[in-house]
Design a protein around this ligand. Sequence first.
Ligand code: AMP
Length: 451
Amino acid sequence: MLVKKNFKKNISKKKEKKSKEILLQNPRGMRDILPEEQNYWDQIRKVLEQSYRDYGFGRMDLPILEYSDLLIRSIGEGTDIVDKEMYSFVTKGGDKLSLRPEFTAGLARAYLQHGMNVRHKPVKIFSMGAVYRYDRPQEGRYRELYQANFDIFGEQDAVMDAHIIQLASRILAALDIKKVQFQINSIGCPVCRKNYLNLLKKYFESKKNKLCQTCRKRIHTNPLRILDCKEDKCSQVAAQAPQILDHLCDDCRLHFRSLLEYLEELEIFYVINPRLVRGLSYYTKTVFEIWPIGEEGKKYSLGGGGRYDNLVELLGGEKTPAIGFALGLDRVVAEMKKIKAKAYVFPIPKVFLAQLGDLAKKKSLKLFSDLEKNGVLVAESFGRGSLKSQLRIANRLKAEITIIMGQKEALDGTVIMKNMATGTQETLVVNEKLPFIIKKALKNNGKVIKK
Ligand code: AMP
């Protein structure tokens, strides 16, 4: 009996041990971006920071979580994001929250919450960060993805639509991505879209048995989405469907026409795509996507956006026309790699700081900070004790100068400056002039300029 008991105990201990094993892996569809991959990301961050300021945007950082109701109301039921892709949960306090699947809904919420409607219009806001979509991961499609988002509130003129497209084009060009086309459409306003949707429903109803299962349901929930379904059979049916551009009201038609005129003036390469509808239901009038030229078949967009003139009102604010777009940074990085675009070049330290002995180690930490504060980039290997191994590292890093502080120098308040190319050494006093002497020496092939 006792044996049996112990046996059971052992088994449950083993089980316990097994269940405590931690999976050392990031969640599916998410990934770690390692230091050596950051040069493209840094280049993007640099260009984005410059562009948002140049174009008069203010930056806003929003929480990663929003109330689920806000997202459902804004993005709309019947959309893939709301129906399938949100990471939603109830907090211990009973709040229903979701990880943001995009920025616009949260931005519209913040615009209202902070009374930004009283600001001088247009209000231009830039935001950047991760968004989350529980989609099936594949190449170029992640569950945690990064977006840069630009939104303009308070201006309905088509010139703003062109301005935002101009900005998207400018950013991509600054990242060396010049071979892109803007796929453009107008999906009208609620007035003209209502009639069009009725026509569309009738048409798809008559072709119902040629559609995929999902699109059959979409006839009633979101018939517009059938137009951009990737299934072959649905594409064939959609190709013959009535086109929204033939059913726009006068206001929407004029708006679209003047946008095209502006784009022609800007010489931006665009293609009118009457089947482009985008997945979010807050859009009105202009919608667009940015496709790399040559990848049209894949429908692999680098970014997308559109006008959403009714969203602020839908959330309880006054009528506020608005337009925005998001760049998908993961795909922009992939494109930059593909075309071998210029990456951010990290400045490489030309000075190596070596130390020998306890006192020197203490003092060299301070010296490192004095040099760095005065604009001298320094590499180090504080953890190493032997001078030989530190010099080997200095050589590997191709340092032009190595500053050596040994026991004697630490007591004297001096350092040895070694020219790594010639091997010559000089003793220098550690004082406020030292960083400037080193800077001059760097400009002079590692030789100290004697005054
Ligand atoms: P959207 O918010 O759907 O308009 O997407 C804007 C941009 O984000 C797209 O053009 C893509 O570049 C990017 N994007 C959207 N979904 C994903 C995803 N699951 N993985 C990677 N990038 C994405």
